[in-house]
Design a protein around this ligand. Structure first.
Ligand code: TRP
Length: 354
């Protein structure tokens, strides 16, 4: 039997090059050798209160981007989280074994709670302040309980499919650790061997960190430094041409500055090795021209994104295809989820009288 791989993505906006190299391109390989389930986490998206009018079309965007990037519904199960009602039911049951303390100590919770409370500083030392505000009586300040139990819901996504491997980035490592802990706890509390403990699937290689265009860190939706898979040619070229660089190397063989290294990293992902080599050497001997480098980079990125974008536009307009895919995906996901849920109910003593 093939090992089970589960991964989800929150439906909060279009996918970017970081999502592509960090996740999608790997999913496309995994679907060949594993029993894969990839889904859109629309219930998770609710924790940050998306505009209801936009949520559905966001889910659709991501579905189309998944499919356009090469995830094949014949090989992998593609579904929408909210199409599987067994997930919220197991979420309720599993929450009975989850401590509010361990949830409150989760880094992502503290981070988002701070945002919802309007606490500006990102210092970690104001944990007490967050806790005081959370249980305080200021009725204008509220951290929703869904945010607190985010890790339970994520654990359920994984455990309900009895997944063995979960490809996630570093920012989700702690959630996966909690998932393992919840699985162990459930198994030992009831003396069963129901849930396998899932591990992170980083595919052997070191995780690729895709930098943004602003000269600083990782490409991220909230950073405003993204190249989206569906950016049209003009937008994409403009973004790359505006990417942050430096004032040019002042002397031969000086260390490469962060902003320029970021562009080289993007080139390593999208350009031919000799192209990267060329610009590396040009930096070293001070002959580099950033305008040329960026033009080349934009060209090479477009080679990756254009076919995806074209497929995306076709799929996005094909409602019949999208609904066929998610309906079949939901059926498969539900079949397995229902089995696990029935086992859990039985183990916990929730049995029917009729
Ligand atoms: N929390 C994940 C993120 O923000 C998304 C997610 C939800 C997920 N459920 C999951 C990822 C289950 C992997 C497995 O990226």
């Amino acid at each position: 039997m093939k090992e089970v791989v589960v991964s989800g993505i929150r439906s909060t906006g279009n996918l970017h090059l970081g999502n592509y190299y960090g996740a999608l391109s790997k999913f496309v390989k995994m679907q060949e050798d594993y029993d894969c389930l990839f889904f859109i986490a629309d219930l998770h998206a609710l924790t940050t209160h998306p505009d209801p009018k936009l949520l559905h079309s966001n889910v659709k965007d991501i579905l189309a981007e998944y499919l356009a990037s090469g995830i094949d519904p014949e090989k992998a199960t593609i579904f929408v989280q909210s199409d599987v009602p067994e997930i919220p039911e197991l979420y309720l049951l599993l929450n009975m074994h989850v401590g509010i303390g361990e949830l409150m100590r989760t880094a992502s919770f503290k981070d988002k709670a701070r945002k919802q409370l309007g606490i500006k500083t990102d210092a970690t030392k104001d944990d007490d302040d967050i806790e005081r505000q959370i249980i305080g009586t200021d009725s204008n300040k509220r951290v929703n309980a869904g945010l607190l139990t985010y890790p339970t819901l994520m654990a359920v996504d994984i455990l309900i499919q009895k997944a063995n491997k979960v490809p996630v980035g570093k920012d989700q490592e702690q959630h996966l650790e909690l998932t393992r802990r919840f699985a162990r706890r459930f198994n030992s509390f009831y003396g069963v061997d129901l849930f396998p403990e899932p591990t992170n699937f980083n595919f052997g290689d070191h995780a690729v960190k895709v930098p943004g265009l602003d000269g600083s860190g990782k490409m991220g939706k909230s950073e405003g430094n993204c190249i989206y898979l569906v950016d049209d040619e003009k937008t994409l070229r403009k973004k790359v041409m505006r990417a942050v660089t430096d004032q040019g190397p002042a002397e031969p063989n000086q260390p490469i500055s962060q902003p320029v290294q970021n562009l080289l990293t993007l080139m390593e992902l999208t350009s031919a090795p000799e192209v990267v080599e060329h610009y590396r050497n040009a930096y070293a001997d001070c002959s580099i021209r950033y305008g040329d480098m960026k033009k080349q980079l934009a060209e090479d990125i477009l080679k990756v994104t254009t076919p995806i974008r074209e497929r995306y536009l076709d799929i996005r307009n094909d409602d019949a295809f999208i609904s066929r895919v998610v309906k079949a995906g939901a059926e498969k996901a539900r079949e397995r989820a229902a089995k696990t849920l029935a086992e859990v109910r039985q183990i916990m003593g929730i049995t029917k009288f009729y």
